[in-house]
Write a protein of this length. Sequence first.
Length: 628
Amino acid sequence: MRDKSLIASPHFLDRRSSLISLRGSQSKRYRSALADVSLGVLESHSGFDKTAKIDKQLTSKNSLTLKSTNSPTSNSATPRILEEESQALFSAKQSYSTQAKSINQSRALPKARSLESVQGDWGVKGGIRSRACQAAPLSPLEKNSSKVSLESSVDCHAVQAPLTMTEKHAKSSKMDSRKNVQSVKTPAKDSRICDEKTRQSCNSFNNAQSTSPKPMPYTIAVIGLGYVGLPLALTFGTKYPTIGFDINPTRVKELQEKLDSSGECGLQDFLQAPLVRFSSNPNDIAQATIYLIAVPTPIAKDKLPDLSCLQSACELVGSMLQVGDIVVFESTTYPTCTRTFCAPLLESISKLQLNRDFFVGYSPERINPADKIHRLSQVVKITSGSNKESAATIDKLYASVIPAGTHCVSSIEIAEASKALENAQRDINIAFMNEAYMLFDTLELDMAEILQAARTKWNFLPFYPGLVGGHCISVDPYYLSYIAELKGFSPKLLTKARIVNEAMPHFIARKFAKQLESAGISLQGARVLVVGFAFKKDCRDMRNTKVPHLCYELESLGLQVEVLDSLIDRDRAKLEYGICVLESKQLIAASGDNSYDGVLCNVLHTCDARIDLTSLCKPRYALMFVSP
């Protein structure tokens, strides 16, 4: 089924590494609470203790102990999914930094000052996180990702409108102040939280005369053209000169041809945005006056925030900032990150001062992959700015292209917290349903029927059990717990919800195994089919999908596992996860006499719904749905 060189131990799901690991900067209380969560403790937390005997029977031959799994002599290779796609993130970060340094050494082109001056050269042709940008690996895009870029073929040498005396003075001052800057420099400190002096500098206004945000017309640069950045670029491209930048030339080339491999935007979306162009040439975004950063913010293998993509994007934009520019962040992160991590980076690289020379804002993305109803323009946009003037400018900008309207909050931190809260709430609610599923299973009660009965009450919340993947719900709670622990607060409910949801592949695999045995099927060598590799229905997004974890658990029980998904990029699935994924036509042709002993349905895309799953099975088989 897969390239064995990419597979870790069947019990790779060492619960210690699947939970929040802690670095030295975190509190002893948090470290103590999580470091001792072994497989047995996790099962106890998740309600598995009542089925321990059954699990031992199922895994006696194939299971590995925690001790052997963690043994330094183990020669099991680590699959790419367990490496958090670190290679992609590393290469993307290197590309970003290289481009930023190049810009510093050969100064960028002068910025166009009017809509007319740049509109003529723009065609309608056309993320960091392309498609799956997921997470973790640098992304200025996520591993499965498209990274920030702009096409060098785009002509940015537009005729410049005459500058006013004020603009000439500002530009002259900016260039003089940066005369001796030879390369992009990163802050001396590696800490994500700046010292008190820097924090005060970011949070307070300078007594000196401050510059106001540049007035319209705006030239907008969107950094990162994935699930978030592309809709953003196309939306602003309906009204403003917009440059969509991604470091992945392949992603940029397809967008220039009005194609979106993620399936989020169609031809009509491109045609309705005549003022947008796409490029992977960093020089092309130098003329922008407003920068919108939509790069991936995954978690590292130790479940701590990975801000490498965000840092690279800040370095790139910082090398181009001029007086009066605005930088708005859309990437999900923890509260205070924009002021204490991003703003100091911009100041360090640009040699400009926040709220005196340039401004920042935060407007959390609310993109729901594969959702054709709640799209960018149909969802209220939260906005914020580093001071009142910039907040008003940013809010007015978004309101001009978002029919659903905007909601301007009092601070950047409020906007950051609202985004983290939205996704953490869903994670906790789903965790409760998952734990209830485990409980009712031990009582031999039908969860599907229980849910059907509960839904008859008008205020019952429609949450359902299942595998929790994707780049938001399975990631954002770790950002909240990170900043909470830094501030000395231990978020117990948030942490336990993550423990429960991370345990679901283990629970589902064993529940399916029990159904196979109940049907009189021997587990050793039984051929089973897992339907759906993406993390949700009718979505090509594979970021943080839990299906590979599920497959490893099934294989550890002696099952031969195959996977069906006609929607995703199967070559990428093979490259990144080491799993060969079938499409429906291959499945129908290959089934024949070699029918399956069981089918485990994770998500059934519309394109695969025509398949009669039972027709693929032997006379005696087990059929189970992950979400009842």
